[in-house]
Ligand binder design. Sequence first.
Ligand code: GTP
Ligand code: MG
Length: 216
Amino acid sequence: MLTFTLAPEPEEFARERGRLLFAGPVDFVKGVVAMSGLPPADRVEVCFAGRSNVGKSSLINALTGRKSLARASNTPGRTQEINFFTLGDQEKYLVDLPGYGYAEAPVAIVAKWQALLKSYLAGRTTLRRAFVLIDTRHGVKKVDDEIMSLLDKSAVTFQTVLTKADKVSRAEREATIEQVKGALQKHPAAFPELVVTSSEKGDGIETLRAIIATLQ
Ligand code: GTP
Ligand code: MG
């Protein structure tokens, strides 16, 4: 049985590294619509994956302290490209992905994004960690499970991040955490620590900054 816990509060030095990294420049590099458009795989990269509307772009905005660096919106399917940002002194790539599990756009277009998303997750050599975002109101759904299986198969470590924690009661949050821990049991690529976040209220943001800053 795999043991999952909540990520501990970062140590002072890690918190400071995270603060410094995200206080530095964050630059948009490019939006990519095909694997051939990916920037050279020459530095540590982390990405944010999750169902459409789970809060990927909002989380990137909260981490970077910029209101609209990544486009967030109420319209599911807002992010339609793989968006690359550089952090710090060009040190790392931060990647905002299109959502998966979105059924309301024209089928051919959705199929195109999903294929690109899957190729990226399975084939990006410098992808150091994928953050898989799960809405605290909903828990792990079948589509999340499929993406997690793809990451298992590709041997990409993924860390689960619960989003929109401000929208649920403490009891609901605890229930979702238990559901997530259960769902992660069958995923060998799952990192053992979960992070609970609210982009709205700031919960978990310092912790996530510290985690990203310490990844080499
Ligand atoms: P796609 O790009 O369409 O896949 O969506 P996304 O995962 O990037 O989600 P996005 O960040 O655009 O957020 C979707 C909606 O959820 C927006 O209306 C956000 O304001 C809202 N939202 C995101 N994070 C939070 C949060 O922590 N708390 C609350 N209350 N709302 C949030
Ligand atoms: Mg988005």
